[in-house]
Design a protein around this ligand. Structure first.
Ligand code: SF4
Length: 419
């Protein structure tokens, strides 16, 4: 049944507006490409050690705070709350790779690139290197790390796919992380299979999904770029609300993947805690000082806390699930809100550190900021875990207690602001 546009729910109307306003969206996307390049390149032109202390240097620092304090946390939060609209509508790498793919060689996607764990594994690899070598601490290091990814996105578009986002679907390391975070979102493109199959003839042309998804079988936010191109297709696809955590609770057994659970526990929680928070600890510096050679010690200093916190989290899941493997895997997904907000905090704290270095009094804010972010995240993860566990009150209690302890490790994480 066709509805008049005015009676459609707001998200569905928004989805249709995305579908119908491609030129305006393209203009916005290219504006973001320019903004991204300015924010990335300006700090590298006027770094801290530069003798230049004039207006351009201040502009460079301002751009750095904007990048770490507004842009990056904003992207993380939006992916967690409303899905990967960032990727489909604004991400400069997505715009560039699709543009390159439209004018590129249109090659076939090699089998090795289709491995589902590849983006998250690449993300972990880059994070270890970036933080062990402290690349993100300098604007030029940030330019090298982030700019290299943009170069790969362009190359991927130039050689693979015809007007598609092969990079976003199969290779983007940040996309590997966002595939986890977007499971939390309260918006999704819902497909009504019955309406799809009963669509009246003539059947409309298939949707040109840039992420190469089988839209008819879409039931997860995992790889959906939320671009809106499939909105209302066959009168069966609609942007719609869902409960927070609904995707974890409804996860089919075949969709609860062991490698993804390991990624949540050891990368999203363990590695990102090690990289973003533990590096400020005096223990971290002692470990670095102990190293016979600086480089292996730097890697150990990032990896060790990741392994310790990751193993502790895996133990919590094993206890709460009563040793049942599938339940433990499903419970790992419930920890995505807490791990995601830990990452969000890490980005905000990096921006606070830059402001602190610039002479602003931000230290008193830190404990309150942590509490304000961690409290809702803990409640969200605990509720999601309890829904998965069902009625077993002992299991619920041990999961809730374990989640609270995990939250305290972020609340009392080492102080990032240098003395
Ligand atoms: S399923 Fe494909 S076309 Fe539809 S919103 Fe997601 S990425 Fe876009």
């Amino acid at each position: 049944m066709k509805h008049s546009p005015a009676t459609l729910p707001l998200p569905r109307r928004f989805g249709n507006a995305l579908r119908d306003n491609r030129p305006a969206i393209a203009a916005l996307q290219w504006t973001f490409v320019v903004l991204y390049l300015v924010l990335l390149i300006t700090p590298a032109l006027f770094p801290d050690d530069d003798a230049n202390t004039g207006a351009l240097h201040t502009l460079g620092r301002f751009a750095e705070v904007l990048f770490w304090g507004v842009w990056w946390p904003g992207v993380i939060l939006s992916v967690m709350l409303i899905g990967q609209f960032w990727c489909g509508l604004l991400c400069p790498d997505g715009t560039l790779t699709e543009f390159a793919s439209r004018h590129g060689k249109g090659g076939k996607i090699p089998g090795w690139l289709r491995r589902p764990a590849l983006p998250l594994a690449t993300f972990a690899f880059i994070t270890v290197f970036e933080y062990a070598l402290q690349a993100h601490d300098t604007p030029r290091g940030t330019l090298l790390a982030v700019g290299t990814m943009t170069a790969f996105a362009l190359a991927c578009g130039a050689f693979l796919g015809r007007g598609k986002r092969v990079w976003c679907r199969y290779a983007c390391p940040i996309g590997g992380l966002f595939s986890l975070l977007s499971r939390c979102a309260v918006l999704h493109f819902r497909v009504d299979r019955a309406a799809w199959d009963a669509a009246p003839r003539p059947i409309p042309k298939p949707v040109d999904c840039p992420a190469l998804l089988d839209i008819r079988r879409l039931r997860s936010n995992e790889k959906c770029n939320m671009c809106g191109r499939c909105s209302d297709h066959r009168n069966a696809v609609a942007l719609a609300w869902r409960k927070p955590g609904a995707e974890f609770a409804a996860l089919h057994d075949g969709d609860a993947r062991a490698w993804e659970a390991a990624g949540i526990v050891f990368v999203l929680i363990g590695l990102l805690y090690g990289a973003l928070h533990w590096q400020h600890s005096p223990w971290h510096h002692s470990l670095l000082a102990l190293g016979v050679s600086a480089v292996p010690a730097a890697f150990a200093a990032v990896l060790l806390p990741a392994i310790v916190l990751g193993s502790g989290t895996a133990l919590l899941l094993a206890v709460a699930s009563g040793g049942q493997r599938l339940t433990a895997i499903r419970l790992a997904y419930a920890l995505i809100p807490l791990g995601g907000f830990g990452l969000f905090l890490g980005a905000l704290e990096h921006a606070l550190d830059i402001l602190h270095d610039a002479g602003f009094t931000v230290a008193p804010l830190l404990p309150w900021l942590r509490a304000a972010v961690l409290l809702p995240a803990t409640i969200w993860s605990t509720r999601a875990g309890c829904t998965i566990l069902g009625k077993g009150s002992a299991a619920r209690t041990s999961f809730g207690a374990g989640t609270a302890v995990l939250a305290l490790t972020w609340q009392f994480a080492p102080q990032p602001l240098s003395a």
